[in-house]
Design a protein around this ligand. Structure first.
Ligand code: SF4
Ligand code: SF4
Ligand code: SF4
Length: 117
């Protein structure tokens, strides 16, 4: 998943089309595929002038603290990536060399379900 190009709306098409069956079906939006976390490039950490991720999170997983800094609700976040996709931090801070967005999705660790030999 590269959230710089898009986000996941849990349509399950990738499961249908994967030619090797490498993708396991899942229950949909209630099963997280990752968790969002703030990075040091978040504009709100310095100016409090950006609230885009809070406005656009489809699952209401982001709130703002008293300084207008995003707080991520780990229980509500399912890793859809909308926040990382729309975050303008790397564009607005490009002159300082930033390539990282102000929020990024950390994939959940994949458990190895294969039987031990
Ligand atoms: S990654 Fe998400 S949006 Fe893309 S096909 Fe799979 S379920 Fe759909
Ligand atoms: S959209 Fe990006 S820069 Fe704006 S508040 Fe959210 S993480 Fe910070
Ligand atoms: S990944 Fe971002 S947009 Fe998606 S649920 Fe989590 S905080 Fe909201």
């Amino acid at each position: 998943m590269n959230y710089k190009y898009g986000s996941c709306d849990f349509c399950r098409k990738c499961i249908e089309v994967c030619p090797t069956g490498a993708l396991t079906d899942y229950i949909g939006e209630t099963v997280p595929i990752g968790k969002a976390r703030l990075t040091e490039t978040c504009i709100a950490l310095r100016t409090g002038a950006c609230t885009k991720c809070k406005e656009q999170c489809p699952y209401d997983a982001i709130s703002l603290d008293e300084r207008m800094i995003p707080i991520i609700d780990e229980d509500k976040c399912n890793g859809c990536g909308v926040c990382e996709h729309i975050c303008p931090a790397n564009v607005l801070q490009a002159y300082t060399g930033h390539k990282v967005r102000g929020i990024e999705i950390v994939p959940l660790e994949v458990k190895d379900t294969k039987e031990a030999p």
